[in-house]
Design a protein around this ligand. Structure first.
Ligand SMILES: [Zn+2]
Ligand SMILES: [Zn+2]
Ligand SMILES: [Zn+2]
Length: 141
């Protein structure tokens, strides 16, 4: 993604463009895996204070820029949303994959989401399915 479209993405959410928001968005855009707030702090912690970084991440998650992925441990990782996510409404219903070897979590964006039929009376509002195993890169080595 070019710098201009990064700005556009932030602007399309109605958020003000700040240097920190731009940098956080750039990190998510370039990452091939999901990132935790710790990962972001490791990259930007010398330039910005932790509270602002945490706030930026939660603002992005609330505004459809990134989505949270719960892990089996007690932390959450985040990944960039596809363009169709709107403010406060995440439309990217897809599976996630946790690699036991490298410990990374990936979005399986192009993997068809099956229409799972829930028992009568149950209405799902979000889905979290996490596969565990060995990722593409790790299984090649
Ligand atoms: Zn989303
Ligand atoms: Zn792996
Ligand atoms: Zn995802």
């Amino acid at each position: 993604m070019k710098k201009e479209s990064l700005k556009e993405k932030v602007k399309s959410t109605g958020l003000k463009n700040t240097p920190l928001r731009e940098e956080v968005l750039k990190i998510f855009t370039e990452a091939r895996k999901a990132l935790s707030s710790k990962d972001i702090i490791e990259k930007l912690g010398k330039k910005y204070d932790r509270v602002s970084i945490f706030r930026t991440i939660s603002t992005f998650a609330e505004n459809g820029v990134i989505h949270a992925i719960p892990t089996s441990s007690d932390y959450v990782v985040y990944s960039l949303c596809r363009d169709n996510c709107a403010t406060a409404e995440h439309l990217d219903h897809h599976y996630h994959f946790f690699c036991r070897r490298c410990g990374n979590i990936f979005c399986l964006n192009d993997f068809e989401f099956y229409n799972i039929k829930l028992p009568r009376g149950y209405k799902a509002e979000s889905v979290n399915i996490l596969f565990e195993g060995v990722c593409k890169d790790c299984s090649q080595n």
